[in-house]
Design a binder for this molecule. Structure first.
Ligand SMILES: Nc1nc2c(ncn2[C@@H]2O[C@H](COP(=O)(O)OP(=O)(O)OP(=O)(O)O)[C@@H](O)[C@H]2O)c(=O)[nH]1
Ligand SMILES: [Mg+2]
Length: 392
C-alpha cells in the first residue's frame, strides 16, 4: 500500500491530523513530544468512482454515492527539531520509520503559537516560515547518516573482484526505500569516484540530497489555519507547495459524523448538521464553516490527495473480472482500487494485483469501451480494466 508519513516539529498537530485522517485513538496534547512511538494507520485518498458513469452507484463501503475512498497507509512519528541529526530533541533515529514512506506531509503550525522547539508561545510570536526547510534538511542528514554507517561495508565489498560501485550503492539505497528507477536516475545524475575509499563526506551528502529529492517528496500542511494570523498561510504558500488545514476541525467533523450529529464526507467543502448540538458546538462549527468556505474544506483530505495525485502523480485503476458488469468473481461491483504511478500499463496493473497474474498476463480489456488495449497502453485515472491471464 502507498505510504504517507507526517513529519514536522513537536506540537504542530501531526497526531491530531493522524487521528482525523484515520479515526484512530492517539495521544494529542499541547506540549512537545507527546508522540514517542510511531502511530500506523489506514487513511484514504478521495477520487470520483467510475460507477458515476453507470446507472447505479456501486454501494461499496469505500464508495459514498460516487465519491471513492482509496486506502493508503498513514504514519505519525515523533516531533523533529532543528539539529536532530546532532541528537537534539529525540534525535533523528526514529526517522528510520520513514524508510517505507513514499511521500511526506510536513506539518507546520501556521498559527505561530509554538516556537522552533514546539513549546507554546503567544499566537503569532513565532514565524512558521522558519519551520519549513529544516525538515528537509534533517531528512537529508538522516539519509547521509545511513549512508555513512554503511560505508565500511561498501569499502569491504570493493576489495572483491568484479566490484561495481553502482551495484553496491543501489543495494544500499534499496534499503532506505528507494526504487530502482530513482536509484538509476540518481547515479546517472551525480559524479563520484569509482573507488569508495576516495569518497568524501561531501560526496555522501550530495548522494543523500539527490536521493531524498527523488524518494521523499514533501508537501507542507499549514495546520491550525483556524487560529493563524492573517498572512501566515499565504507566506507559507509562497515558500513551498502548501495546503492550509485545520486538523482539529476535521477531527470535530468526523467525530460529529460518528455520533450522528453531522453529515459530511471527508474532503467535502461543507457539512450539514443532522442532530442535536450544544450552543458551544454550534459556535465552533460556524467558525469552522467560515474557514472551510475560505479554503474549500478543512484541508486534511486535500493534503492527502495532493501528496498522492499531484506530488506522486498517481492514478486510480480498477481491475475487474467481468468487463460488462464491472464485478469480481463474487459479483461485487468495482471491488478494488489500485494506486499506480501515472504512465503505468495493463501489465503493471496485473503485477500490482498479484505476481502470478502478472507472470501469466495475456492481454487486457478496457471495460468502459469493451475494447482490447495494447500492452504499452498508458492507463488513465478511473480506468476499469479486465486482465486476462493464465492465472485467473
Ligand atoms: N487550533 C488548532 N489546534 C490544533 C490543531 N491541530 C492540533 N491542534 C492542537 O495542537 C496541540 C498539539 O497537537 P498534537 O496533534 O499532539 O501535535 P503533534 O505534532 O503530534 O505533537 P508531538 O507528538 O509532540 O510531536 C494540541 O493541543 C492540539 O489540540 C488545529 O488544526 N487547530
Ligand atoms: Mg504527536
Amino acid at each position: 500500500m502507498l505510504s504517507l508519513a507526517l513529519a514536522g516539529k513537536p506540537n504542530a498537530g501531526k497526531s491530531t491530523f493522524f487521528a482525523a485522517a484515520t479515526m484512530a485513538d492517539v495521544d494529542v496534547a499541547g506540549y512537545p513530544f507527546t508522540t514517542i512511538d510511531p502511530n500506523h494507520g489506514v487513511s484514504h485518498v478521495r477520487t470520483d468512482c467510475p460507477c458515476l458513469a453507470r446507472d447505479e452507484r456501486c454501494g461499496d463501503d469505500d464508495c459514498h454515492d460516487g465519491t471513492r475512498y482509496v486506502p493508503i497507509e498513514l504514519l505519525d512519528v515523533a516531533g523533529l527539531v532543528p539539529g536532530a541529526h546532532e541528537g537534539r530533541g529525540l534525535g533523528n533515529q526514529f526517522l528510520d520509520e520513514l524508510t517505507s514512506a513514499d511521500v511526506i506531509l510536513n506539518v507546520v503550525d501556521a498559527s505561530g503559537g509554538t516556537n522552533a522547539e514546539g513549546e507554546p508561545v503567544e499566537i503569532g510570536a513565532h514565524d512558521p516560515a522558519e519551520d519549513v526547510d529544516f525538515v528537509t534538511e534533517e531528512i537529508e542528514r538522516w539519509l547521509a547518516g545511513i549512508i555513512a554507517r554503511n560505508w565500511e561495508s561498501v569499502e569491504r565489498q570493493s576489495r572483491s573482484p568484479g566490484f561495481d560501485i553502482d551495484e553496491s550503492l543501489a543495494e544500499m539505497l534499496t534499503g532506505v526505500g528507494a526504487s530502482e528507477a530513482a536509484i538509476a536516475a540518481t547515479l546517472r545524475e551525480l559524479d563520484y569516484p569509482a573507488d569508495p575509499r576516495e569518497w568524501t563526506d561531501d560526496h555522501r551528502r550530495e548522494l543523500a540530497r539527490d536521493i531524498r529529492a527523488r524518494t521523499k517528496p514533501l508537501v507542507v500542511v499549514a495546520n491550525k489555519a483556524d487560529i493563524a494570523p492573517t498572512g501566515n498561510v499565504e507566506r507559507l504558500q509562497e515558500l513551498a507547495e502548501t495546503i492550509p488545514a485545520s486538523a482539529e476541525g476535521e477531527l470535530a467533523l468526523r467525530r460529529g459524523v460518528e455520533g450522528g450529529a453531522i453529515d459530511y464526507d471527508p474532503g467535502d467543502p461543507d457539512f450539514s448538521v443532522a442532530g442535536e448540538l450544544t450552543d458551544a458546538q454550534r459556535t465552533q462549527l460556524d467558525e469552522l464553516r467560515d474557514l472551510m468556505a475560505t479554503h474549500g474544506g478543512t484541508g486534511v483530505q486535500r493534503a492527502l490527495d495532493t501528496a498522492v495525485y499531484d506530488l506522486l502523480d498517481n492514478i486510480t485503476v480498477y481491475p475487474v473480472q467481468n468487463e460488462t458488469k464491472w464485478t469480481d468473481g463474487q459479483g461485487n461491483v468495482l471491488p478494488d482500487a489500485f494506486l499506480l504511478p501515472s504512465g503505468s500499463t495493463p501489465l503493471d496493473l496485473a503485477y500490482a494485483v498479484h505476481s502470478d497474474i502478472g507472470d501469466g498476463y495475456l492481454h487486457a480489456v478496457d471495460a468502459r469501451s469493451d475494447r482490447r488495449i495494447g500492452d504499452d497502453h498508458e492507463l488513465e485515472e478511473g480506468d476499469v480494466v479486465k486482465i486476462v491471464s493464465t492465472a485467473n
